[in-house]
Design a binder for this molecule. Structure first.
Ligand SMILES: Cc1cc2nc3c(=O)[nH]c(=O)nc-3n(C[C@H](O)[C@H](O)[C@H](O)COP(=O)(O)O)c2cc1C
Length: 400
């Protein structure tokens, strides 16, 4: 299953190092090619010979020994994925601080492949604010984590900090290395970005949406095999390749574009932030300053989400977003029902790391039968979580 995949496994100095032997065994059984890099401290726990025998490859640890043959750069050229298991508090701290003082940390700094970290340590070490901050930093940079779980620790306590089981770590590696193609044959319509409601030829009303969330969804749906239509307001980011892009300016334009595409779509995801109101009239010429105040009358724009929800076909899944600043989940649930959406993605745009402009988001994904609050994640990861929920609803056949 992992035929042709190169995996660098970094083993650091924790009691759970012996479990890394099982990880190598499982990966090689799946036909991955595994190269183990051990820290000096890891060698106190397991002899390199064990990993050499299980992987069928030499074990690396010294930065300079055999540097001509295999150094940090060539290791990373070989890697489709780097796993650090067990990952000590020390290596997590080094990675978050940019320290590269041995072969493993240098190789991790040079990594272009995804990196999967399986922390293993005493609960005091894991819950230490420094470790928590370091792990959050790495997550926000896109590092993948599996565990730690709660259970019996080497020190005898039963608490959080236990390394995930080798089987779970290999499953997490498979999820990263073998992207799903579960949207093959499906058409996904995504709206993204803000709209602009013109006041005169040079001025408009708009909002802070940057389109990042919608673009991440379009990219994830494409990667999972969907044909994607992206209806986008004006943004500064590049549209994903191989996605059909329809550029619009106003909410009215977005409404028309959505109406023309919605019938072809199996999934409609309204991640855009269209304006609810627009100036009643657009001045033909630039408005001149004539006094100390001016009044603009705004009239409501077409309600795109309401239109999609009301006209939803059977077997069509509709996802709406609720960007809220108070009573987030309650307001979002109300919106899901009013708009007849299958899923609502709620986020508190006042939180650091969530909402407009950020590369990360903190969301709760609410559908009829379940509500999942997710930790801070990259918008691309949030996109995959939303698509997982869409796929689950297709699987259950519970579309409204
Ligand atoms: C017996 C023993 C067990 C240890 N277990 C862990 C552990 O599970 N997790 C951890 O973060 N550190 C553990 N440590 C501490 C690390 O070995 C220590 O922080 C070391 O500097 C880590 O180096 P490395 O990250 O380069 O391997 C343990 C130390 C000893 C002596």
């Amino acid at each position: 299953m992992l035929h042709g995949k190169g995996i660098v496994l970094g083993v650091t100095g924790g009691i759970a190092a012996y479990k890394a032997c099982d990880i190598v065994r499982r990966l090689t059984r799946l036909h991955a090619s595994v190269r183990v890099v051990m820290t000096e401290n890891a060698k106190e726990f397991v002899a390199p010979l064990t990993f050499e025998t299980l992987s069928g490859n030499p074990v690396y640890s010294d930065n300079f020994e055999k540097a001509w043959e295999i150094g940090h750069i060539s290791l990373q050229k070989f890697a489709d994925l780097t796993i650090v298991a067990p990952a000590t508090a020390n290596i997590i701290g080094k990675m978050a601080s940019g320290i590269a003082d041995d072969l493993l940390s240098t190789s991790l700094m040079a990594a272009r492949s995804p990196v999967l970290i399986a922390p293993a340590m005493n609960s005091g070490m894991w819950l230490n604010p420094a470790t928590q901050r370091n792990a959050e930093t790495l997550k926000a940079w896109g590092y993948h984590f599996v565990g730690p779980s709660s259970g019996e620790l080497a020190c005898g306590d039963t608490d959080v900090g236990r390394m995930s089981e080798p089987e779970e770590i290999v499953e997490a590696a498979k999820r990263i290395l073998l992207p799903k193609r579960d949207f093959e044959g499906k058409t996904v319509l995504v709206t993204a970005g803000p709209t602009r409601e013109m006041l005169d030829p040079v001025r408009f009303l708009s909002n802070r949406s940057t389109g990042k969330m919608g673009y991440a969804i379009a990219e994830a749906a494409r990667d999972r095999g969907a044909k994607v239509h992206l209806v986008t307001g004006p943004v500064d980011i590049k549209a994903p390749e191989s996605v059909s892009v329809i550029n619009i300016t106003s909410t009215f334009d977005m409404f028309n574009a959505v109406c023309s595409l919605v019938d072809q779509a199996d999934v409609v995801i309204q991640a855009a932030a269209p304006a609810d109101f627009t100036p009643e009239t657009v001045a033909a010429q630039k408005i001149k300053k004539t006094g100390d105040s001016m009044t603009v009358k705004l009239v409501s724009t077409p309600d795109i989400a309401m239109h999609i929800g009301r006209n939803k076909r059977r077997n069509q899944v509709f996802v709406a977003f609720a960007a809220e600043t108070e009573n987030v989940n309650q307001n979002a649930e109300g919106k899901r029902e009013r708009k007849n959406a299958d899923i609502i993605v709620a986020n508190d745009v006042t939180k650091t790391g969530a909402g407009f402009g950020a590369d990360t988001n903190i969301v709760t994904i609410i559908s009829e039968d379940r509500k999942r609050s997710l930790p801070i994640m990259k918008k691309r990861e949030v996109a995959d979580e939303i698509l997982n929920e869409v796929e689950r609803i297709f699987g259950c056949g519970t579309q409204k």
